[in-house]
Design a binder for this molecule. Structure first.
Ligand SMILES: CCCCCCCC/C=C\CCCCCCCCCCCCCC(=O)SCCNC(=O)CCNC(=O)[C@H](O)C(C)(C)COP(=O)(O)OP(=O)(O)OC[C@H]1O[C@@H](n2cnc3c(N)ncnc32)[C@H](O)[C@@H]1OP(=O)(O)O
Ligand SMILES: Cc1cc2nc3c(=O)[nH]c(=O)nc-3n(C[C@H](O)[C@H](O)[C@H](O)COP(=O)(O)OP(=O)(O)OC[C@H]3O[C@@H](n4cnc5c(N)ncnc54)[C@H](O)[C@@H]3O)c2cc1C
Length: 673
C-alpha cells in the first residue's frame, strides 16, 4: 500500500541502496511498535482504497460550496466505514480511539482542506466525556457516539477569543422554570470561529457567563441544541451561519452563532466541575480553570500534529532534492542533485531532526497528561498549573517551528514548491492555523512565562521547583557568573538552560524595576517581549532535555546502526538550536568565537553523516503516496512525469481554446484599441 509500483527514479534508488540502517526499525519506533505500524497500514488502506471516496477528484479546483459538500460526502463514507471497522475490531472505546488516531492523518488525504466533523469527534466528545456528571454522561454519550447528534465547541466570540473571562454570551437561570435563557446581548458576543458550526452540526457546547440569583458566576459550559433534528432548520432564536472564506480550513465550516432568548433545560449545564443547585445556588469548583480542560487536551495533541506536518514537508523536500539537479558545484562537472548544495542540507536536515524530537516530546507530554489527569481524578490538582504552562509553551514553540519549517521546505523546492500539486500548501495552511487556534501563540508563551516568573521567585526564596525548571537554581547559584560552555550535548543543554534562565531573570528584573512606578500588571506588560523570549527558550530547553532523555533510551533499545542515526539526529537538533539562539547564549554563557566556529564545523560534519541516512529516515516516517499527495514527494521520485500529469488535469486544459478568447481576447486584439 505505502509504495507505488512504478519504476523508482534511478537517483532515488541509488540513495536508497546506500542506506545503512533498517528503515523498518525506525518506522516501528515512530509509530510505537511493529504491531502499531501494521494497524496503521491496515487502517489507512481500509479507508483509502474505498472507491466511493472518489479520491481521483482534485477538490482544490472546486468552488467553495462544492468543496464543502464533497468534504461532507467523503466524511460520511469514512465515518460509516469507521463504525463498521470498530465493530469488526471488537467495539471497545480503546479500539475507537485507535482508529481515530490513525484516521487523523488519513483524513488529511481525504479532505485536504479540513474535516467538517472534526470538532464532533474531538472537542465536543472530549468535553462531554470530561466535564459531565454521571447522569449527563449516560444521557449524552451514547447519542454522541452513535452520531444521533453532531456537535462542536463554541467558545470564541467576535469580540473575544483570547480573554475568555470576558466572553459576553449570557445564560441566565430561572429556578421557577428550571431553565437557562441564552442571549447574545451585543454583536461582539456572537460566537465566531467554532469549527463545523456553520451548516454541519445541530448541537454545541456553548461557553457562556452564568447568571443566577442576580450574580455572574463566570463562564460555564452548556450543551445546546441549535438545529431541528429532522429539518436541520435553525431553532427559534438561533442566528447561525458560515463565516466565509479563510486562509485555509476551507471545508471545516467555521461558523457564527447568536442567541435570542433561547431556552435550555437545567440538566444541560455541564456539572462535573462547577455545580448549580436547582434553587439557583452556585457551587464553585475546586479550581475554576477545570473548565479549560478540553483546551489542555487538544494542546497536548497538537505536538504530534506539528511533528507529523514537519515529517511530511521534509519528506517532500528531501525526495525532491535527491532527484532535482541544478547548478554544477565544480564548473566542469555534471549538475549535482540539489541536496549537494550545503545550504539545501541546512534547509532540510534540521527539520527532519525536529520531527523526531517533537515526536519524543509528544510521547512524553501524553504520558505526563495521563498521569496528571489521573491525579486530578483523585482530587489532587496540584500539578495542573505545571501541565497548563508546559502544554501552552510547547503548543506555541512547536507550531511556530512547524510553520517556519514547512515554509522553508516549500522554498527548498524552488518554483515547483509553489504548485499546489507539490502538496506543501495545505500543510502550511494547517500549520499556520495551528499557531492561532487553541490559544494564540504569543498569549500561550505569556502563560508559560507566568509560570517561569513564579518559579524564579520560588527559586530565589529557596522554595522547591518542579523538575522541568530546576535549571533556574543553577542560574541563581552562579550568582551572576556566566555558565562555562563545553561542546557536548549536555553542554549545549546547559547553555540553552542558562540562556532561558538569564532571559527569565531579565524579564523578572524588568518587572521588579517597573513595579516601582506601575502596577504589577502594567510592569508585566512592559516586560512582555522578554517574557515571550524566556518562555520560548524554556520550550527549547524542554525539547532538548526530553530529546536527550528519550533518545538515550531509544539508543539502548535499537540496533547499533539505528542508534548512530538517532545520535546524529539529536546532535543535529542541538547544534542547530544553539546556533540559531547564539545571541541569547552569548548573553549568558562564556562561549568563545572558537567555540562557535567549532559548532559550525560540527554542523557540517553532522550533515555529512546524515547525508546518507536522511532518505532512510524520511522513508521511515512511512507516509504512503495518497497521504503525501505530492508530485515532488512521491515514493518513486518521478517528479517531472508527476508534474506534467498533474498540469494536464487542470480544468483549463480540458479544451484547447478557452471561450474567453472569442468573448474578450480576440475582440480586444482586433480592436486596434
Ligand atoms: C464520537 C466520540 C469520539 C470520541 C473519541 C475521542 C478520541 C479523540 C482522539 C483523538 C483526538 C485528538 C484530535 C485532535 C485534533 C484537533 C483538531 C482541532 C481543530 C481546531 C480546534 C480549534 C479549537 C479552538 O480554538 S477552541 C478555543 C480555544 N481558545 C483558547 O485557547 C483561548 C485562549 N485563552 C485561554 O486559554 C485563557 O484565556 C488563558 C489561559 C490565556 C487565560 O485565562 P484566564 O484569564 O482565566 O486566566 P488568568 O490570566 O487570569 O490567570 C492565569 C492563571 O490561571 C492558570 N490557568 C489558566 N489555565 C489553566 C489551566 N487550563 N489549568 C490550570 N491552570 C490554568 C494559570 O496557570 C495562571 O495561574 P497563576 O497562578 O499564574 O495566576
Ligand atoms: C482555524 C481556526 C479554527 C478555530 N476553531 C475554533 C473552534 O472550534 N472553537 C472556538 O471556540 N474557537 C475557535 N477558533 C478561535 C481561536 O481559538 C481564537 O482565534 C484564538 O484563541 C485567538 O483569539 P483571538 O482571535 O481573540 O485573537 P486576539 O486575542 O484578538 O489576538 C490578536 C492579537 O492580540 C494579541 N493579544 C491578545 N491578548 C494578548 C495578551 N494578553 N497579551 C499579549 N498579546 C495579546 C495576540 O497575540 C494577537 O497578536 C479558531 C480559530 C482559527 C483561526
Amino acid at each position: 500500500m505505502s509504495k507505488n509500483l512504478s519504476i523508482v527514479n534511478k537517483d532515488l534508488k541509488e540513495e536508497r541502496d546506500k542506506i545503512n540502517f533498517n528503515v523498518e526499525e525506525f518506522t516501528n519506533w515512530f509509530y510505537g511498535g511493529a504491531e502499531k505500524v501494521k494497524e496503521k497500514k491496515y487502517i489507512e488502506n481500509y479507508f483509502l482504497s474505498d472507491k466511493d471516496l472518489n479520491l481521483e477528484l482534485d477538490t482544490s479546483y472546486l468552488s467553495y460550496k462544492d468543496k464543502y459538500e464533497e468534504a461532507v460526502r467523503r466524511s460520511i463514507v469514512v465515518y460509516k466505514k469507521l463504525y463498521k471497522l470498530h465493530n469488526e475490531m471488537g467495539g471497545t472505546h480503546e479500539d475507537f480511539v485507535k482508529i481515530m488516531e490513525n484516521l487523523r492523518f488519513t483524513m488529511g488525504a481525504i479532505n485536504p482542506e479540513g474535516n467538517p466533523f472534526v470538532l464532533h469527534f474531538s472537542m465536543f466528545a472530549l468535553t462531554i466525556m470530561n466535564m459531565t456528571n454521571d447522569e449527563q454522561k449516560a444521557e449524552w454519550l451514547p447519542r454522541i457516539f452513535n452520531c444521533n447528534i453532531l456537535g462542536t465547541y463554541a467558545q470564541t466570540e467576535l469580540g473575544h477569543g483570547t480573554y475568555i473571562q470576558r466572553l459576553e454570551t449570557t445564560a441566565t437561570y430561572d429556578p421557577k422554570t428550571k431553565e437557562f435563557t441564552l442571549n447574545s446581548p451585543t454583536l461582539t458576543s456572537y460566537k465566531w470561529w467554532p469549527g463545523n458550526l456553520g451548516h454541519t452540526v445541530d448541537h454545541a457546547i456553548v461557553m457562556a457567563q452564568l447568571y443566577s440569583q442576580g450574580k455572574c458566576h463566570g463562564i460555564q459550559p452548556f450543551i445546546v441544541q441549535l438545529r431541528d433534528s429532522e429539518t436541520h432548520k435553525p431553532l427559534p432564536g438561533i442566528d447561525i451561519g458560515d463565516i466565509g472564506n479563510k486562509v485555509g480550513f476551507q471545508t471545516v465550516n467555521n461558523g457564527f452563532l447568536g442567541f435570542k432568548n433561547v431556552k435550555v433545560p437545567y440538566k444541560n449545564m455541564l456539572m462535573k466541575n462547577s455545580k448549580l443547585l436547582e434553587d439557583g445556588t452556585f457551587i464553585k469548583p475546586k479550581n475554576a480553570k477545570l473548565n479549560y480542560g478540553t483546551m489542555v487536551i487538544i494542546r497536548v495533541h497538537m505536538i504530534i500534529d506539528a511533528a507529523c506536518r514537519i515529517a511530511k514537508a521534509t519528506t517532500i523536500a528531501l525526495r525532491y532534492s535527491l532527484v532535482r539537479r541544478q547548478s554544477p558545484i565544480n564548473p566542469n562537472e555534471i549538475e549535482p542533485k540539489i541536496i549537494e548544495h550545503i545550504t539545501q542540507q541546512n534547509k532540510i536536515f534540521p527539520g527532519i531532526a525536529k520531527a523526531v524530537v517533537f515526536k519524543c516530546m509528544a510521547d512524553y507530554l501524553t504520558k505526563l497528561h495521563l498521569s496528571i489527569t489521573q491525579e486530578g481524578n483523585t482530587g489532587n490538582l496540584a500539578r495542573m498549573p505545571e501541565l497548563h504552562a508546559l502544554s501552552c509553551c510547547l503548543k506555541a514553540v512547536c507550531t511556530n517551528e512547524d510553520a517556519k519549517t514547512v515554509e522553508v521546505c516549500r522554498l527548498s523546492c524552488g518554483g515547483h514548491g509553489f504548485l499546489r500539486s507539490a502538496g506543501l500548501d495545505d500543510v502550511y495552511r494547517n500549520s499556520t492555523a495551528a499557531q492561532t487556534y487553541e490559544g494564540e501563540n504569543t498569549v500561550m508563551l505569556l502563560q508559560a512565562a507566568r509560570f517561569l516568573i513564579k518559579s524564579f521567585n520560588e527559586a530565589r526564596n529557596g522554595g522547591s521547583l518542579t523538575e522541568g525548571v530546576k535549571y533556574l537554581f543553577d542560574f541563581i547559584g552562579r550568582n551572576g557568573k556566566r555558565e562555562i560552555f563545553d561542546n557536548s550535548i549536555n553542554g549545549i543543554l546547559r547553555a540553552i538552560q542558562a540562556a532561558a534562565a538569564g532571559r527569565t531573570y531579565i524579564a523578572w528584573k524588568h518587572i521588579e524595576d517597573d513595579k516601582r512606578h506601575n502596577s504589577i500588571e502594567v510592569a508585566t506588560n512592559l516586560a512582555g517581549v522578554h517574557l515571550t523570549k524566556a518562555a520560548e527558550l524554556h520550550g527549547y530547553v524542554c525539547l532538548l532535555q526530553v530529546g536527550i532523555e528519550e533518545i538515550e533510551k531509544i539508543i539502548r533499545n535499537v540496533s547499533p546502526a539505528l542508534g548512530l542515526v538517532f545520535k546524529n539526529i539529536l546532535e543535529l537538533f542541538a547544534v542547530d538550536l544553539i546556533l540559531n539562539k547564539i545571541g541569547d547564549v552569548i548573553q549568558h554563557v562564556d562561549i568563545s568565537n572558537e567555540d562557535i566556529e567549532k559548532l559550525e564545523k560540527q554542523m557540517e560534519t553532522l550533515f555529512k553523516f546524515f547525508r546518507t541516512s536522511a532518505i532512510g529516515v524520511v522513508d521511515g516516517f512511512d507516509f504512503s503516496d495518497p497521504i503525501i499527495d505530492s508530485t515532488l514527494g512521491s515514493y518513486d521520485g518521478n517528479v517531472y512525469e508527476n508534474l506534467i500529469n498533474a498540469a494536464r488535469k487542470s480544468p483549463l486544459n480540458q479544451e484547447d481554446v478557452n471561450r474567453t478568447f472569442h468573448l474578450y481576447i480576440k475582440p480586444f486584439m482586433k480592436s486596434n484599441l
